[in-house]
Design a protein around this ligand. Structure first.
Ligand code: 13P
Length: 257
């Protein structure tokens, strides 16, 4: 029997939406797909909107994610937020290792690994982002970069924890640029990631892990991407900031489920 991986569409709002604007957007999304269970949907607002969006999502199938967290439990880390703090706001998912955090905030694979382990220890599901820059792709090191990032971030993750991890392949050159990876380019890397997971954890587990694509995904290109064998959903930036396009993306995922 083939393993069915439920598609997941996550909206990374990045540094957009005040709490009030977030509530409006979340309400519009919930009105359209709040009871949808054939596809998992996750909204990831900025920290300041988490609590108000959590109220909108109460009792709905749509889940709440944060965009980052600090690995320590508490302490003198000015400006940071812990896993436990997120948990008390009904957050279930957390984006970790996004390329914007790697680039602008100097996050390393080792630091991201600490966050992944801390998230899992606190029953938060990491949405772990990996992906190459344009220079790395053009230099022919895409697969080596992805392998280094994946192995680095998953060090010490136990097999029984892996099912809580979602991987997001986001080629940096496709983020916010309108330049989407071709379906063949995306599928090639997704298949490679699944192969790596198979080597690390064995096929039965690797087949269960969802690998999302991220980078200029929108309703017009989603159906083809989502139809690929190893593409299990999307991590959406720009197109998640309007209810219409986000809902269309969830529906595109339903259509191939
Ligand atoms: P865009 O969809 O705006 O390209 O952003 C993708 C992304 O970085 C999601 O995390």
């Amino acid at each position: 029997m083939p393993i069915i991986r439920k598609k997941l569409i996550a909206g990374n709002w990045k540094m957009n939406k005040t709490a009030g604007e977030g509530v409006t957007l979340a309400k519009e999304i919930v009105d359209a797909i709040g009871r949808e269970t054939a596809v998992d949907a996750v909204l990831c607002p900025p920290f300041t909107a988490l609590e108000s969006v959590a109220h909108v999502l109460e009792g709905q199938a749509v889940k709440l994610g944060a965009q980052n967290m600090h690995p320590e439990k508490n302490g003198a880390y000015t400006g940071e937020v812990s896993a436990e703090m997120l948990r008390t706001l009904y957050v279930t998912h957390v984006i970790l290792g996004h390329s914007e955090r790697r680039t602008y905030f100097g996050e390393t694979d080792a630091f991201i690994n600490k966050k992944v382990l801390a998230a899992l220890a606190n029953e938060l599901k990491p949405i772990l982002c990996i992906g190459e820059t344009l220079a790395e792709r053009e230099g022919g090191s895409t697969l080596a970069v992805v392998q280094r990032q994946l192995e680095g971030a998953l060090a010490g993750v136990k097999p029984e924890q892996l099912t809580s991890v979602v991987i997001a392949y986001e080629p940096v050159w496709a983020i916010g640029t309108g330049k989407v990876a071709t379906t063949a380019q995306a599928q090639e890397v997704h298949a490679f990631i699944r192969e790596l997971l198979t080597k690390l954890y064995g096929a039965p587990l690797a087949q269960k892990i969802r690998i999302l694509y991220g980078g200029s995904m929108k309703p017009s290109n989603a159906p083809e991407l989502l139809a690929q064998k190893d593409i299990d959903g999307g991590l959406i930036g720009g197109a998640s900031l309007e209810a219409k396009s986000f809902v269309e993306l969830v529906k595109a995922a339903m259509a191939v489920s």
